[in-house]
Each structure stands twice: as structure tokens, then as C-alpha cells.
Design a protein around this ligand. Structure first.
Ligand code: COI
Length: 355
């Protein structure tokens, strides 16, 4: 693939304290950018991160045709920069694109762009435990047009950011009984920007009431757990790992998939099924609810210390969380190369000379 590369004349890395990186605010030197014009992806380029220039009628700004991915690169203890499950992210990006009536981005270009971009900015991968290079591929409409129809032109960009942990403390959740994130047939399974915009107001109310995040319930009965603001959710009840089945309204998390795979591999019983919030309440009151944790690329594994539902509180002792710790340690161990990558999730970044 012909990717034009223009390198920054001077890296900004020396102005960054890698031991204290606020999530989402520090960007590495370069980005990948491409245009979809006349039915074809073209103008593949890696260049220094710069502002975009958009016409005010940009279709994405008005009608929300915008999707993204969240993935990570890490460096093993032996110093090898690696991508984590890049093909799976490429496939999920294209599923989101399909749902939002946007063009596929070719997987071979996606992978080559990732390798080249992370290779150029490999010194931006923080080696500290719990840190990584967060990778944000995203696609948005670029037609200059006011009217509801799919855009004919798009941009696809990949940015990278050194990050520490998304949540530094266990979180408290409010099970939401008024607002809905997604219903079957909607766009809940797509990583569409609008899903996150729609979550902001309920999340703001939950924060005002002292919670860190909203736990979404289904939009029909307000009974079945879906996911948490930025993560999928897992429960451990009576030694069984349980997570809501993905039914079209829940994001098919890649960390979720890692945890299911790891737990099954360790011989634990894993159930993907409908999870009624009443069942969680009952398991809590009869002592069967052992752990609750969230899973996401940004959050990795995040312990849940409290769930509030309809006047009831479920409190959890995070110090006893064995499965959540096993999940976190296994994922981070694989990323560091200290645990065998028997599932083939790590892809070493191809080292190439870039002038
Ligand atoms: C991720 O976990 O990568 C996400 O996309 C969540 C985002 C809110 C940081």
C-alpha cells in the first residue's frame, strides 16, 4: 500500500511526564489519515498531528455519521512493541461502518497503517504497569450537505495516545431506570459516537447523585443488565462468571471476549445470558454475589464496589475479587510477555525504516 509518510521535525515527547498521563489529553506525534472519495479510499498518509479544516455543513456534525474504535499497543518486558488483537478491531470497525451506512475500511490498509504509525511513534508506548498506547481509529462523514442521507465522502483517521488507567479506583454504578442506552434493532452494538453522546445526560445525573457510571438496563422491562457507560460488565455468582449476552443492543467488547476466553481456559464456568437485576439483588442478599467488574479497552478490568438499583444498595468487597484480578493479571501479563500468549492476541509491530 502506498502510505505517504511525513515525519514531525521535532518530537513533543520530552514535554510529557509518562508517569503522570491524564487519559485522553496527550497525543503522540503522528496520525494516519485517509479520504473516501468517488467510492474509493485514497490519499493514505502518516503525518504530524494537526487540526482539521471542516465546512460548517459537514454532514457528521449534523446527522452523526461517525464511528470509532478503541484499541491498544503495548511494549513487552523484552522491549517489543505489539498491537493487541488488531484484526478483531478492524472487523468491529467495519461492522459499525455497515450499521451506520458508511464504507468498509480495508483491513490490509488498516493493519499496515497501524504497524507504520505505531512503529514511528513506538517511543510513545509507556512501559509502566497499567499504561499503554491507546489507539483511536475513527471514521466520519465529510460531505458538505444539509439533508439526511449517507455521506458520499468520508475521512478515516488513526490517532495514538499514551495513557494510564482509565479508572484508578473501584467504581460505583447506578442501575438506570429512566433512561435507555440502546434497544434491539437500534445502534447499541455499533461503536457510534452518538451512543456516547446519548449517555452523557443520564451519566451527569448519576454523577450528581454520587455515582461514577450508569449501569444500563434493557429499554423494555428495565430489568436486564446491558453494560456500563464505558465497559461491558461481569458478575461472579456462586463461582460462575456471568455476563449479559450480546443481543444487538450491547457492544461486543474485545476485552469482554478476552475475559470469557481466559476464564473458560482456566476451567471456570462462563455464562453469556440474560442477567436480571433482581437476580443480582437476590444473589447479593443470600451471599452468592462474589464479584462485579467492568471490562473495556480503556478500562481493562475495573472493580465495582457498589450498585444502586431502585432504592437498594449492593455493596461489594473488592479486596476479595479473585476472578477480576485473574482477568486483569492475565491480560496485562500477556501484554508484557510474562504470560504465554496462547491465544495469539499479541502482534509484534513490524519494524521498518521510515525516513
Ligand atoms: C474504550 O474502552 O476503548 C472505549 O472506547 C471507551 C471510551 C469511552 C474510552
Amino acid at each position: 500500500m502506498n502510505i505517504k509518510i511525513t515525519k514531525a521535525s521535532k518530537s513533543r515527547i520530552h514535554s510529557v511526564d509518562m508517569n503522570d498521563i491524564p487519559f485522553g489529553k496527550v497525543f503522540s506525534d503522528h496520525m494516519f489519515i485517509a479520504d473516501y472519495i468517488n467510492g474509493k479510499w485514497q490519499n493514505f498518509e502518516i503525518k504530524p498531528v494537526e487540526n482539521l479544516s471542516l465546512h460548517p455543513s459537514n454532514l457528521a456534525l449534523h446527522y452523526g455519521q461517525s464511528i470509532f474504535e478503541g484499541m491498544k499497543a503495548c511494549v513487552t518486558d523484552a522491549g517489543v512493541p505489539c498491537l493487541f488483537r488488531p484484526e478483531m478491531h478492524s472487523k468491529r470497525l467495519n461492522k459499525s461502518a455497515h450499521r451506520m451506512c458508511m464504507p468498509d475500511f480495508p483491513e490490509d490498509v488498516f493493519l499496515e497503517a497501524l504497524h507504520k504509525l505505531v512503529n514511528i511513534d513506538s517511543q510513545w508506548i509507556p512501559p509502566q504497569d497499567g499504561s499503554a498506547l491507546y489507539i483511536r481509529p475513527f471514521m466520519f462523514a465529510t460531505d458538505e450537505f444539509l439533508g439526511v442521507r449517507p455521506s458520499e465522502k468520508y475521512k478515516f483517521i488513526i490517532m495514538t495516545l499514551p495513557v494510564g488507567p482509565y479508572y484508578t479506583e473501584p467504581v460505583s454504578l447506578k442501575a438506570e431506570t429512566n433512561f435507555v442506552r440502546a434497544i434491539k434493532g437500534g445502534v447499541g452494538e455499533a461503536k457510534a459516537a452518538g451512543n456516547y453522546a446519548a449517555s452523557l445526560y443520564p451519566a451527569k445525573l448519576a454523577k450528581e447523585q454520587g455515582f461514577d457510571q450508569v449501569m444500563w438496563l434493557d429499554g423494555i422491562d428495565f430489568k436486564y443488565v446491558q453494560e456500563v457507560g464505558t465497559m461491558n460488565i461481569f458478575f461472579v455468582m456462586d463461582g460462575v462468571v456471568v455476563t449479559p449476552k450480546t443481543d444487538g443492543a450491547i457492544l461486543k467488547g474485545i476485552t469482554r471476549d478476552c475475559i470469557i476466553t481466559i476464564m473458560k481456559d482456566k476451567g471456570y464456568k462462563v455464562e453469556e445470558r440474560l442477567v436480571n437485576i433482581e437476580e443480582i439483588l437476590e444473589a447479593s442478599s443470600n451471599g452468592k454475589l462474589q464479584e462485579v467488574f467492568g471490562a473495556g479497552t480503556a478500562a481493562v478490568v475495573s472493580y465495582v464496589k457498589r450498585i444502586h438499583y431502585n432504592g437498594h444498595d449492593i455493596n461489594l468487597n473488592v479486596n476479595n475479587f479473585k476472578m477480576a484480578t485473574l482477568a486483569y493479571d492475565t491480560i496485562t501479563g500477556i501484554r508484557k510477555g510474562t504470560i504465554e500468549d496462547k491465544f495469539g492476541w499479541l502482534v509484534p509491530v513490524e519494524v521498518m525504516e521510515t525516513v
